[in-house]
Write a protein that binds this ligand. Sequence first.
Ligand code: PMT
Length: 217
Amino acid sequence: DAEQTLSGKKFLITAGPTYENIDPVRFIGNHSSGKMGFDLAKEASKRGAEVILISGPSSQKVDDKNITLHRVTSAEEMFDEVFKYYESTDVAIMSAAVADYTPKVKATEKIKKNDNELTIELIKNKDILRTMGEKKSKQFLVGFALETQNEEENAKGKLVKKNLDMIILNSLRDEGAGFANATNKIKIFTPTEEQSFALKSKEDVAKDILNFIEQKL
Ligand code: PMT
């Protein structure tokens, strides 16, 4: 059994994609499988933490007495669920791939095909992590950055703009990193440090992330 190094700590972890409904049969989503977030939750729980795991649609499963799983669908639902638990959280890790935009109108009936082009107007979703940064008191706040270009600059920008204590960069330009894969390759930034890690299984990446966080608590 793992050493109970996180015993007494309350973790809030998000995982998976969000689905933004267009009509009753269609949605805008992304390729997140949820695995990174579920692996983080499982590792934190093994180390004795009490974990609230909030996941978008995902086939990942967990059966662990230290983890309470809340399933949501849209970014708006994830926002509401996160803020039920944020205040009492010690460490928050946001690994969900949250949609930045949602259809302005969600049609109540299936949209019918016709001869014209179809335009869907999108409006901005609230940024969950940024709002957490604004409301931060005692929480150690950790974000992810999924990038395809100007990776480090963008990650560091998000660290500052969202008032984070730490950000974990994964780049889709690195083979085996990011979505769906069972592996990931990360680089961690805090306001004063940075550390690169090799390509590893997501279980081992979760260990590296939690080892890093434990040094900061
Ligand atoms: O689920 P897997 O298949 O295992 O894949 C894991 C992963 C690639 C999804 C994961 O490692 C990851 O990178 N998650 C973050 C994806 C993402 O949305 O990154 P971003 O750079 O767009 O967002 C930055 C941060 O802001 C993230 O912590 C995100 O959760 C948060 N965010 C973004 C938008 C929004 N409206 N609210 C948010 O809280």
